[in-house]
Design a protein around this ligand. Structure first.
Ligand code: IVH
Length: 680
């Protein structure tokens, strides 16, 4: 089921909030919130993304390597030259305005190169002496993840460069993507194995590239096109981008054959339109066109901002729209009983996938759009991901088409009334016995952001309910391997795997257990607050409203919701089943810091590589002693730790007269703390 609009909005809000606090923390050295509060935001976003994979956008803070608290199995690498982003144009006017802006920065007329904007993942490849030595994801643009073992499995990618003009060093950027044929084959295999289906080729490519086991990457058939060099040493003298691409291609690197030289902005716009018309006959997904200034000397004059070069722009296609017949409008019931209307459509291929269902959000939306069963409707992918019905094509409405009425009863077999609670747009089924709610509750309990029980997805939960093996999440812990094997399409291995995943989930931390209960308003942020304030679940259960609201981060709405939830007998029964199964109810005991806080109040900036520490180890040593690590040097910086090949931060430190430490001095400081000024 597609994410409800408030969840879509909340996810966007969380992404913005996290980015804002990142900027305060890393960019300005002035965090406004505690680390734990930051982690709560990140966790809340992760929980939403676990439930609605379509909300996992590429630039989500959860997808960033090394984002606070996110362990990454790949080591961090620094790009020789930062990987910049691109500014966007959405119309011909935007393109013309860009053309005029850059035209003013140079004297001669500008020629362009047009390229398809591949919808995959940016990658940076490093060739030394003609051999591929490293492949890294874009990451935050400065540093990415080392995925060399995985990129080596990409067939199109040469391990050695060829031709007569091989450079000493070549850093080249490109896009890794999954061709549509590979994507469809992968999802077919996933469906057969009852695994999770990938929402689109980009997510599938991202997943494939970040596999721990490179053999899995190899089986996913990724492709690659290169489009831009970074640092080059010992290469030929080139004066234009098209020459550069020819050279890259001569080296054996794959270059997109759709790329064209374009004489002026009219040709540029015609190229963008051509790309849009042909986008579905390419065999891979594109979400726009990239337009680049051809002459390299002009690029140098135009320069770049901190984010993007001025000499290139991404022309983004508008969200795709198609028309199809609305076969029916139905209502789904969520875990809290909320009734969400959705459209059943004549299948239509839009935005790179076949759509048969689309959300209609809530009763007000259906009324506002006035879509009627039998109408020809316009379907589009909002943000090119979530299909939605934009509205009816009124000129094609059949006479006699009736206005749709929101059902008054729940679509489940109990058919209890749907009620509209005061102050809410939504209607809800408030029956505690509603099987549709039961199903959604168990799915949510097992989801990645909650108890994370792999293999207990929608299909499996439905099977357990239909077989009478589970009424609620507590029953899941009593299911046996034999019972699973007796179910349809279930082999020994998948049964054993599921039993073991269920077993493992018993020791999930309390915070996840609270989230998994699915109590309204008690999401990850509230769960984290409760986890900090109470020793165990029983203490939360028996807390008075006053004790609950006294917790920082728990307001009266959450307190009331908790109290109401714990007072329902079926919920109490669920808690007892979980307890009997041995699910962890205890909050973690916080260890007292055993490292002396010798560097409290100090601020460090790190530049260059160290011999005895990775960057993370150095940072951990610093923070363990009560100091902070920031990314930029300012007058407030106490020390700059200078390693091999330091960057521009060293110059800044010299300019501001900040104390510099080499690795020896750093180790001395860790062991002995700062020297006290001598009192003579
Ligand atoms: S050039 C400094 N060319 O679009 C120039 N990017 O929105 C950097 N992309 O991060 C990028 N196709 O992942 C360039 N032909 C193309 C591209 C392309 C796709 C992606 C790339 C970049 C993103 C920016």
């Amino acid at each position: 089921m597609a994410a409800p609009p408030e969840t879509v909005n909340r996810a966007a809000e969380l992404r913005d909030l996290i980015r804002y606090h990142d900027e305060r923390y890393y960019g300005h050295d002035e965090p406004e919130i505690a680390d734990a509060e930051y982690d709560d935001l990140l966790n809340e976003l992760r929980t939403i993304e676990a439930e609605y994979s379509e909300l996992v956008v590429d630039d989500s803070p959860t997808q960033r390597p090394g984002a606070a608290g996110i362990p990454t199995p790949f080591s961090e690498v620094r790009h020789l030259q930062p990987m910049l982003s691109l500014d966007n144009a959405f119309s011909r006017d935007d393109l013309v305005a860009w053309g005029e802006r850059i035209g003013r920065l140079v004297t001669e007329s500008v020629e362009f190169v047009g390229e398809p904007k591949l919808d995959g993942l940016a990658i940076s490849l490093l060739y030394e002496g003609g051999r591929l030595v490293r492949g890294a994801t874009r990451g935050n643009g400065e540093t990415g993840e080392d995925v060399t073992a995985n990129v080596l499995t990409i067939n199109d990618l040469p391990k050695r460069l060829s031709g007569t003009r091989i450079p000493d060093t070549l850093e080249v950027r490109g896009e890794v993507f999954m061709p549509l044929a590979s994507f469809e084959a992968l999802n077919r295999r996933q469906a057969e194995a009852e695994g999770r289906l990938f929402a689109n080729p980009r997510n599938a490519a991202a997943g494939a590239l970040r596999q721990i086991d490179a053999r899995v990457t190899a089986s996913r058939n990724l492709s690659l096109y290169c489009y831009q060099p970074g640092v080059v040493a010992g290469g030929p003298k080139l004066t234009s981008h098209h020459q550069t691409l020819e050279w890259i291609s001569e080296l054996g690197l794959p270059v997109n054959p759709e790329i064209e030289r374009l004489a002026d902005l009219d040709a540029v716009f015609a190229f963008c339109q051509r790309m849009e018309t042909n986008r579905h006959s390419l065999g891979y997904e594109i979400d726009g066109a990239v337009v680049k200034v051809d002459r390299l000397s002009q690029r140098a004059e135009m320069g770049q901002t901190s984010r993007a070069p001025r000499w290139a722009i991404a022309f983004k296609f508008p969200p795709e729209e198609k028309t199809t017949r609305l076969k029916n409008i139905m209502v789904s019931i969520g875990r809290t009983g909320r009734a969400t209307p959705f459209a059943i459509l004549e299948p239509v291929f839009v935005g790179g996938s076949t759509v048969q269902m689309a959300t209609l959000h809530n009763p007000d939306e259906v009324a506002r759009k006035d879509v009627r069963v039998g109408d020809i409707v316009i379907v589009r992918k909002a943000g090119d991901v979530i299909p939605e019905v934009a509205g009816p094509v009124l000129s094609q409405r059949k006479r006699g088409a009736r206005k749709w009425k929101f059902p008054t009863t729940c679509p489940c077999e109990l058919a209890q009334p749907l009620v509209q609670l005061e102050g809410e747009v939504d209607r809800r089924c408030v029956s505690a016995d509603c099987p549709m709610q039961r199903e959604q509750k168990i799915i949510y309990f097992a989801s990645r952001g909650a108890m994370d029980i792999e293999g207990l997805g929608e299909e499996r939960v439905r099977q357990l309910l239909n077989a009478g093996l589970a009424q609620d999440a507590g029953d899941v812990y009593a299911v046996t391997q034999e019972q699973l094997v007796a179910l349809e399409r279930t082999g020994e291995i998948s049964a054993r795997k599921l039993i073991s995943a269920i077993e493992v989930s018993k020791s999930q931390p309390l915070i996840r257990v609270i989230v998994a209960l699915g109590i309204r308003h008690a999401g990850p942020t509230a769960a984290a607050a409760l986890n900090r304030a109470f020793p165990d679940l029983d203490a939360i259960m028996h807390a008075t409203p006053e004790q609950l609201t006294a917790v920082d981060g728990v307001g009266p709405v959450i307190a009331q919701s908790l109290e109401a939830w714990f007072s329902v007998p079926t919920n109490q029964a669920l808690i007892e089943k979980l307890r009997a199964a041995g699910v962890n109810f205890a909050a973690p005991v916080v260890d007292a810091p055993d490292v002396e806080q010798t560097l409290t109040g100090k601020t460090f900036v790190l530049t260059g590589g160290l011999e005895h520490f990775t960057r993370e180890q150095a940072e951990a040593q610093i923070t363990a002693r009560g100091a902070k690590v920031t990314s930029s040097v300012s007058k407030k910086t106490s020390y700059v730790l200078v390693g091999e090949n330091p960057g521009s931060k060293l110059g800044k430190a010299e300019q501001l007269g900040v104390t510099q430490l080499n690795e020896d001095a750093f180790q001395h400081l860790l062991e002995h703390g700062p020297e006290e000024p001598s009192e003579e």
